[in-house]
Design a protein around this ligand. Structure first.
Ligand code: SF4
Ligand code: SF4
Length: 358
């Protein structure tokens, strides 16, 4: 017997208000109110959209879900964590301003936006897990501290993980900067010519991996322990990652960080995948009007983060008539790494029963 995944057909053409109502119908049909208790601090994990992106799931689409939590008398806050790459979600202040511009605010939703990993993305808790890659993962402090989670993911393609849905929202999206860097184990940090030689990273590096020459700071890759402190502290955006194609280790590490994010919240979390505006890249791309790789499909939700991603993947591949990697025209990618690994480490089960709400 599989995990129950509740599903309703939906499209961005429905409009935000109808999408919000459809999400609430899924919430009610799935009995997700049981996951939340009065006075819970409830994290509503979202992606507020990168500056310039217009295919993210808008605040208005989740307004009905937030209202359900308020009616249940939880203390919900809308949240996300800061990015490794330099942009408007790199620190809490710029992130909160962007969130407010996109309606994720007290004014827009009736609840505040509180970045879960603090001012610089270094507010974290080391969570012990029984993973295969790691026994300890680094999760945003307020994700660990809250009592329940309503995860709202936009299920899309992704150039490194193939699929970006609930598992990625939980694993990458709930990790501190150090946790993110740990997931991107193949990444190396470098310091660009934007360096002003201010010396702040040099002072904060716990591994003495940074030296200052006459022109700029430099990182000794043999000494670097990947703590991301330099990246968090640099105010000039000079610490860069060598982004590139990554392998299955990234997806497995995402699954293990998702396990850490949910530790202690078994039966206290609900996972929504909005399967619409499914594009080649995720909401971190600062591009407008990215091309859809399939027509809009709907909203799927479950108490099982593995089942809800497997269901979304199957729905996308069924709609597109091809494997997701083929839709992305990159046969080196395979989204099943994250799903199979998540199942193996006990995060959920990939087998599911799809219950369609008419
Ligand atoms: S903190 Fe940034 S600008 Fe300052 S020395 Fe380090 S890399 Fe250069
Ligand atoms: S990531 Fe950490 S250890 Fe590596 S150079 Fe930056 S501050 Fe030093």
């Amino acid at each position: 017997m599989g995990s129950k995944v509740y599903f309703i057909k939906a499209s961005v053409d429905d409009g935000e208000q109808v999408l919000s109502k459809k999400a609430v119908r899924v919430f009610k049909a799935g009995g997700f109110a049981e996951c939340f208790k009065e006075n819970d601090f409830t994290a509503v994990k979202v992606h507020v959209g990168e500056d310039g992106n217009n295919t993210y799931i808008t605040a208005s689409c989740i307004k009905g879900l937030v209202d359900r939590l308020l009616a249940l008398k939880t203390r919900p806050f809308v949240t996300d964590t800061s990015t490794l790459y330099v942009g408007r979600r790199h620190n809490a202040i710029d992130h909160a301003i962007l969130a407010a511009e996109h309606g994720f605010s007290l004014r827009g939703l009736g609840i505040p936006f509180i970045p879960a990993d603090g001012l610089l993305g270094t507010s974290e808790t080391a969570v012990q897990i029984n993973g295969e890659l790691d026994k300890e993962v680094f999760i945003a402090y307020d994700i660990v501290r809250c009592q329940s989670i309503l995860s709202v993911a936009h299920f899309t393609g992704h150039p490194a993980t193939c699929a970006a849905g609930t598992l990625k929202t939980l694993g990458m999206g709930c990790a501190s900067k150090k946790g993110k860097l740990k997931q991107h184990a193949a990444l190396k940090l470098n310091i660009s010519d934007d360096c002003t030689r201010c010396g702040v990273c040099f002072e904060h590096c716990p591994a003495d991996a940074i030296t200052l020459d006459d022109v700029k700071a430099n990182i000794d890759q043999d000494k670097c322990i990947g703590c991301a402190e330099c990246m968090a502290m640099c105010r000039f955006g000079a610490v860069e990652c060598n982004w590139g194609q990554e392998d299955e280790v990234l997806q497995k590490s995402i699954a293990e960080h998702a396990l850490g994010a949910l530790k202690g919240k078994e039966n206290r979390a609900a996972f929504f995948n909005f399967i619409m505006s499914v594009t080649e890249g995720c909401d971190c791309f600062n591009e407008a009007d990215m091309t859809k790789i399939v027509d809009d499909i709907g909203i799927a939700a479950s108490r099982d983060p593995v089942a809800v991603d497997k269901a979304a993947l199957d729905l996308v591949e069924s709609k597109g008539g091809r494997k997701l990697a083929e839709l992305l025209e990159n046969d080196k990618l395979d989204p099943r790494y994250q799903i199979e690994h998540a199942e193996r480490i006990g995060l959920g089960i990939a087998n599911y029963e799809l219950i369609e709400i008419k």
